[in-house]
Design a protein around this ligand. Sequence first.
Ligand code: ATP
Length: 341
Amino acid sequence: MISVSSVSKRYGGFAALDEVSVEVESGSLTALLGPSGSGKSTLLRVIAGLEVPDEGTVVLEDRDVTRLAPQRRGIGFVFQHYAAFKHMTVRDNVAFGLKVRKRPKAEIAAKVDELLGVVGLAGYQGRHPSQLSGGQRQRMALARALAVEPKVLLLDEPFGALDANVRAELRAWLRRLHDEVHVTTVLVTHDQEEAMELADRIVVLNGGRVEQAGAPRELYDVPANPFVMGFLGPVARLGQGLVRPHDLIITAGPGEDGIEAQVARIVHLGFEVRVELELDGEGAVAAQLTRHEAEELELAEGDIVYVRPDGTAPLQADGAPEPAAPAPEAPAPEAPAPAAG
Ligand SMILES: Nc1ncnc2c1ncn2[C@@H]1O[C@H](COP(=O)(O)OP(=O)(O)OP(=O)(O)O)[C@@H](O)[C@H]1O
């Protein structure tokens, strides 16, 4: 287990981390998710020992390592731009840490073979890094980090420099790898889809603080505040209430609490249909329907319909957990667009 308690890290007067506390279960895959500059990399570097916090502690498996050198923490690290030894073969790159530790030759050979199999590079032992694709290089980096059997694997945007298709492939692959080897893993990403798909647990950072930590579905379904809601997925605003666009129900008649709206645009996205609605005096809102639902309603642009949230209670735009009494006009929440690729 990794236990980060009340860690603060300042650069000059600027707090990159402000009393951050995070628990990472042994064997889990935890994602640090947040916008650029939120402190993700700084937190990872504090766990790695590449930065010493101004305040707070880092405990690894019951041992206070706050001031311990990185190489003595039992940690494997993979960065976005992995610095491979260009003059060495794939085999020698992966063997490097074991050679430094003076392990017997036969043991090194067996371990390297095993790992190259695990990361899907079995036939590539003799190649040099320049003869690998970007995705293959990152898999080699993971094999190299895993070779010394770290207690903790730290990944800083390991697929950040790769194109979308390769990223998606490597994500699925990393999840399978983690299910096999169960190394306690902390992954930094600004991509909410990557975090949702990979992680057992997500820690959302913003401005050097933890906004919320929990299972991906918990964060998506029960976000603690508008920031988390906006960062984890699309948000539709009905008055002071924030809901997911797929939690909006459109009906032809007003029903009990339907809000009148005019269909401004219908966008067919394969299985989904996005219905853009103009609310009277309340601006625009987009609902997400299945194709089947949209067909049943026989929606057409210009139609007058009624919209309401389904059973889920909307999050209040001012962050209050319960629907508040008539609130003063609050400014729109700063819900950032989910990060693109
Ligand atoms: N060595 C440093 N000196 C001064 N400021 C720093 C230093 N390292 C980080 N910072 C600042 O601390 C803040 C957090 O940086 P950090 O790299 O942790 O963010 P991040 O969430 O990883 O962002 P990104 O996704 O862009 O990598 C940023 O505002 C950054 O400019």
